[in-house]
Write a new protein. Structure first.
Length: 115
């Protein structure tokens, strides 16, 4: 059974940094061959794509986080990372890891940014 476990959330200061991790286990496929994504959902808002990294390492970012966030992957460890810099209050949300082909979500990790 595929399981995605996020970690690294918590309380951050505006202008500060946090790094999220998403560890994959129980895979029936090869981690390196898939595209991995981070989504977020703020209270009262729809879940939105934050960043995505393809199997080749190409990345896509939401306009709201470009230049501040960076997604990366460690295929050997089966972990996806989201480095979040220059945090803003509007980055407050639950952040989820996602793999599209298997349609698997993590349980989410709360990020709260205080101004």
């Amino acid at each position: 059974q595929v399981q995605l476990v996020e970690s690294g959330g918590g309380l951050g200061q505006a202008g500060g940094s946090l790094r999220l991790s998403c560890a994959a286990s129980g895979l029936s496929f090869t981690f390196a061959t898939r595209t991995w994504s981070w989504y977020r959902q703020a209270p009262g808002k729809q879940r939105e794509l934050v960043a995505r990294i393809s199997r080749t390492g190409s990345t896509t970012y939401a306009d709201s986080v470009k230049g501040r966030f960076a997604i990366s992957r460690d295929n050997a460890k089966k972990v996806t990372y989201l480095q979040m810099n220059s945090l803003k209050a509007e980055d407050t949300a639950v952040y989820y890891c996602y793999e599209g082909d298997a349609n698997v979500w993590g349980q989410g990790t709360q990020v709260t940014v205080s101004s």
